[in-house]
Design a protein around this ligand. Sequence first.
Ligand code: TRP
Length: 68
Amino acid sequence: MEDFFVIKALEDGVNVIGLTRGSVTRFHHSEKLDENEVMIAQFTEHTSAVKVRGKALIQTSHGEVSNE
Ligand code: TRP
């Protein structure tokens, strides 16, 4: 089973953008988080990459990163 990753918004209006898997890479979902909201998600057959816009704390099995 694919690991979950956690994104915690450190400000209002953080965007978590899902990018499609496969030969065409495009945005397919944008989720808006306000400060202290948390999103728990996985990579799936539809989603191979995630772009985070705005200040957030991101935890994955590879470690933790903040873009603050
Ligand atoms: N329907 C999407 C999928 O199954 C939902 C999703 C999963 C998603 N992980 C994501 C959306 C990460 C944005 C970011 O792939």
